[in-house]
Design a protein around this ligand. Structure first.
Ligand code: 26Y
Length: 798
């Protein structure tokens, strides 16, 4: 690599320099914010040289570049990640402490970048880190939302949403690139000129780029995350201003900025739908233009595009990128349509993250035509070409008055992938059955993973130290080395150190919950954690029903030798998803009653922590004993929280769903609490008449728990508050909560018994750590590089 341009200043001096000259603060008067920013800039400086070297190396090698297009990047905090990857942890800590500050507090001052809803967005963030760690030349493309995922609070147990404002403060990691802007058209009409279709858009918006470097483990490579922000083409109307209409003078700018104003938590309103499609086109079109511009800066022949460019669409949200690339190649660069399509199909790939029909995007033709009239025409031609090549085909991107983004993505893609083996299999037999028949080579599996830098090394320093003391440091960059722990597990001294780590992590969590939430928890109890978006298919209501039944049974039989338990919940519901909001309220109502019960509260506590986010996950996962992964079989595409828990020594109670299946295969069936129906059994059960009522009638514990909810035990001032939940549980119960309850109860009691044997439990937990190395996102990205992108690493093995 080329030489660094950084002056060889001492790291402590660099912080002081930035405090003084970048922030303009006298050290005597600096606040924690100033110190955190100064530290961030000092770290960023060191990253920049690596970043530029990586870019130069990519140009020099004329390497194939990977472009990861995602509506969401759920990054969380970056300061610690960057410090750790740049190997600056010791220097940073001692510098910060020498200024009389607490190092942790400085790190915690950074707001989470919450530019995502859940798993899909967090996966994109883990992938960016692994791409850099592996030295794969890559760019992430997304939207620089001014407001990330809403802030959640509870009032009377109900979820309230407030805007999140991470950009109120300057963001230390980004570089604004006013020169890298594109003007994008929307709406208007398509006219014919000299026999050629010409799109005449009605409105124009500018996309402005903001770049954040993403550095990999040991700082050997850095890639770019480029986020687009909406700007007006003519931001300010001086004539209107001079005429006294001050608000109207800035209207253009306000409208353009609306595009990148908020992250979508749902899509339930008509107006919202239009904005969502606008956002999708906005960032896809800007990214495609940027990709073409970079390619053309050193290649002349567009036919080489598939050799130099791999585009990954993270779900269907960027699906319009395909037709947009066809449009640019055909309409603007003059390639014949078939060739433009062929080139595009050689570049584009699609990852599917869900089989739930309501989450598969489709757009009404009228809406689509009013925003993207030329793209609608091109989609028809894409369908025609597909029909011509596959005369027996029965599916199309356009049909029943809608544009179906899943079908479109599949037809446009070179490779289509699922995110866990079970999910990929179901893609082939359900939603994409027909397209899979036509293109049997197209669907591949790439089981998800998580970055071990953030999800073990940084978030669990005690476990990290123990592992490194035991097997050396190589595991951080090569997680499968964790298997080297196995021989140590039968050494009682080692196992007691392992147990000590968990105990201290639990004590830390208790301190934080007491300090921030005013609750005292029993640290001896099983810490049983369910953290994820609230959704019926994820079945938080199964968990809380079991808690109710457990509470009732403890009251019946207080001296039965119960294993104490703390049930911890975290997660947000989409603001318009009323059933999910009822589940939140029910959990909160149950927690009030159960925690106040002096007869049981030594044995059972229920805690719902508000505003779950990446930072909270980093606190909870290292302290968890039990990981709740209880979705209805066939509904959770993969899950990635499940992997984080296993890697941090929590045991899973879970169904045969998503990546649970692969986790269980690897950690061993004896070290996993399995319950519930399989995909096939669930499918069959739904066809059994009155399956829910039958299940309730067959299990008195379940019947009593449902009755308690129905009769207002947890909502005495409003007994029918949960009539909706009760009606669902005793009626359609599509997600089979009632039918899986008895087996869940059985598995939970097995957990109780297993936990009572402290040694046995520690052994199982340690085996989970030792055998979960395969779930590194480094392994996942290697899979994408080999099977999907045909991309090469530009750094050698260490
Ligand atoms: C259409 C729209 C509003 C929308 C927005 C976000 C639809 C879906 C999503 C997010 C989906 C998501 O997060 N899916 C999760 O992806 C993870 C990564 O692959 C999986 O582990 C997880 O099972 C899946 O639910």
């Amino acid at each position: 690599m080329a030489k660094d341009n950084m002056p060889k200043t001492d790291f402590r001096d660099a912080i002081l320099w930035h405090l003084t000259y970048t922030l303009g603060k006298d050290p005597d008067h600096a606040q924690i914010f100033d110190w955190r920013m100064a530290l961030s800039y000092a770290v960023r400086d060191r990253i920049v040289d690596r970043w530029m070297a990586a870019t130069r190396e990519t140009y020099r090698a004329d390497a194939k570049r990977v472009y990861y297009l995602s509506m969401e990047f759920l990054i969380g905090r970056l300061l610690e990640d960057n410090i750790v990857n740049m190997r600056l942890a010791d220097e940073a800590r001692s510098a910060i402490e020498s200024f009389g500050l607490n190092y942790r507090s400085v790190l915690l001052d950074e707001p989470d970048a919450a530019l995502g809803n859940g798993g899909l967005g967090r996966l994109a963030a883990c992938f960016m880190e692994s791409l850099a760690t592996l030295g794969c030349p890559a760019y992430g493309y997304g939207i620089r939302y001014e407001h990330g995922l809403f802030r959640q609070s509870f009032a009377d147990g109900r979820q309230h949403e407030a805007p999140e404002d991470w950009l109120q403060q300057p963001y230390a990691w980004e570089f604004e690139r006013p020169e890298a802007a594109f003007t994008l058209g929307f709406g208007g009409r398509v006219v014919s000129r000299d026999g050629k279709a010409v799109w005449e858009p009605e409105n124009f918006v500018k996309s402005e780029a903001f770049d954040t470097p993403v550095v990999g483990w040991k700082g050997r490579w850095a890639n770019t995350l480029r986020l687009w922000s909406g700007r007006a083409v003519n931001p300010f109307d001086l004539e209107r201003f001079n005429a006294g209409d001050f608000a109207a003078a800035a209207e253009n700018e306000a409208l353009a900025r609306t595009i990148s104003r908020v992250l979508y938590p749902e899509d339930s309103t008509e107006k919202g739908k239009r904005l969502r499609l606008t956002q999708e086109y906005f960032f896809s079109a800007a990214s495609i233009r940027d990709i073409l511009r970079r390619f053309l800066s050193d290649h002349a022949d567009l036919r080489l595009l598939p050799q130099k460019v791999a585009i990954q669409m993270n779900d269907t949200h960027p699906a319009i990128a395909g037709p947009e690339l066809v449009r640019l190649l055909h309409d603007e660069h003059g390639l014949p349509f078939e060739e433009a399509l062929h080139i595009t199909q050689g570049c584009v790939n699609y990852t599917n993250h869900t089989l739930l029909p309501e989450a598969l995007e489709s757009w009404g033709e009228d809406l689509f035509a009013s925003l993207l009239p030329r793209h609608l025409q091109l989609i028809d031609r894409i369908d025609d070409a597909h029909a011509k090549a596959n005369p027996s085909r029965k599916v199309a991107a356009r049909g029943e008055g809608r544009v179906k983004m899943g079908e479109l993505s599949f037809i446009m893609a070179n490779r289509v992938n699922g995110v866990a083996a079970l999910h990929t299999g179901l893609m082939k037999t359900t939603v994409f059955k027909e397209l899979h028949r036509l293109h049997p080579e197209r669907i591949v599996n790439e089981t998800n993973g998580v970055t071990p830098r953030r999800w073990v090394h940084s978030c669990n320093p005690r476990l990290s130290t123990l592992i490194t003391d035991t097997i050396g440091e190589g595991w951080v960059g090569d997680l499968e080395q964790l298997t080297k722990l196995e021989p140590h597990i039968d050494n009682p001294d080692w196992l007691s150190r392992f147990t000590e780590v968990k105990a201290l992590n639990k004590a830390d969590l208790c301190d934080w919950i007491t300090r921030d939430h005013g609750l005292m928890l029993n640290p001896q109890a099983i810490f049983d954690v369910q953290i994820k978006r609230i959704h019926e298919y994820k079945r938080q209501h199964l968990n809380i029903l079991e808690a109710i039944a457990h509470w009732q049974e403890i009251k019946d039989n207080p001296g039965a030798g119960w294993t104490p338990r703390v049930k911890i919940f975290g997660g947000k519901a989409a603001p318009g998803y009323f059933f999910a909001k009822d589940i939140i309220r029910l959990i909160n109502d149950v927690s009030v009653v159960v925690n106040a019960d002096a007869q049981t509260n030594e044995l059972l506590q229920v805690v719902y922590l508000p505003n779950y986010n990446v930072t909270m996950a980093e606190r909870l996962i290292p302290a968890a004993d039990l990981s709740e992964q209880v979705s209805t079989a066939g509904k959770e595409a993969s899950g990635t929280g499940n992997m984080k828990f296993a890697l941090n020594g929590a045991l899973t109670i879970g169904t045969l769903d998503g990546a649970n299946v692969e986790i269980r295969e690897r950690v061993g069936a004896d070290n996993f609490f399995l319950f519930g129906m399989t995909v096939d059994e669930a499918e069959a059960r739904r066809n059994v008449e009155a399956h829910a009522t039958k299940a309730i009638a067959a299990d008195p514990r379940l019947a009593r728990a449902v009755d308690a909810i129905r009769s207002g035990v947890f909502s005495p001032s409003e007994p029918d508050r949960y009539a909706g939940i009760v009606a669902n549980l005793t009626g359609a119960d599509y997600f089979l909560v009632a039918s899986d309850f008895s087996d869940y109860w059985r598995a939970q009691r097995e957990v109780d018994r297993a936990y009572a044997d402290a040694q046995g439990w520690a052994r199982m937990a340690a085996l989970n750590v030792a055998r979960s190395g395969w779930f590194s996102s480094d392994r996942t990205i290697r899979g994408y590089m080999a099977d999907i992108w045909n991309a090469k690493s530009l750094i050698g093995q260490e």
